[in-house]
Design a protein around this ligand. Structure first.
Ligand code: HEC
Length: 157
């Protein structure tokens, strides 16, 4: 199983690196005023979006990450990490939502990576945030790599 996941994850990690380089280059190449980063604690998704994400989770992610998103999935599935709450936020702390988005979009679910739409990947993240007790706001997480790159994941407020 290690081997199986390894072969799937390594090429995706490479693609992720390339994609991120593009995002960074794009941001640097633009002569727009820098926008100060915002935190995931400032209401960056809304409940309409996280509910869509919950439905997707129940259909596509639950068998591995479990109904509580704590990694307690079905026993025949590969051991899977928690994708919400303190330990997850700590692990991703300091990185931005664009990075998380690309990771989910390109590697999940590991048995058929690349099958989620951009919108589904983003909705899944909104659900992960809701379960992590991050506050909901007015607007959905936007399908805009630059805006997502400006939202920073912090373990604490
Ligand atoms: C077949 C089982 C499986 C399914 C289905 C699955 N995942 Fe995963 N997921 C994993 C495994 C295993 C890892 C750890 C991969 C690694 O560390 O290389 C992981 C890692 C993750 C991570 C990163 C966690 C961390 O600790 O950094 C996120 C986020 C994630 N999955 C989200 C999702 C979402 C959202 C879905 C549904 C759209 C999904 N996964 C479906 C098995 C699964």
């Amino acid at each position: 199983m290690k081997q199986f996941l390894g072969t799937l994850v390594r090429p995706s990690a490479l693609a992720l690196g390339v994609a991120l380089t593009c995002v960074t280059a794009g941001a640097a190449g633009q002569a727009v005023a820098p926008i100060s980063p915002i935190s995931v604690w400032s209401g960056v998704y809304n409940t309409v979006q996280s509910k869509r994400g919950a439905e997707l989770h129940s259909a596509v992610c639950v068998m591995c990450h479990g109904p509580q998103l704590n990694g307690a999935g079905q026993p025949e599935m590969p051991p899977s990490p928690a994708i919400a709450r303190a330990s997850f936020l700590r692990k991703w702390s300091g990185r931005n939502v664009a990075t998380l988005f690309l990771y989910v979009r390109q590697t999940m679910p590991p048995d058929s990576p690349g099958t989620l739409t951009d919108q589904q990947a983003l909705d899944a993240i909104a659900h992960m945030f809701a379960v992590s007790n991050l506050p909901a706001g007015e607007r959905e997480l936007p399908l805009d790599p630059k805006a997502l790159a400006n939202i920073v994941i912090d373990a604490q407020k």
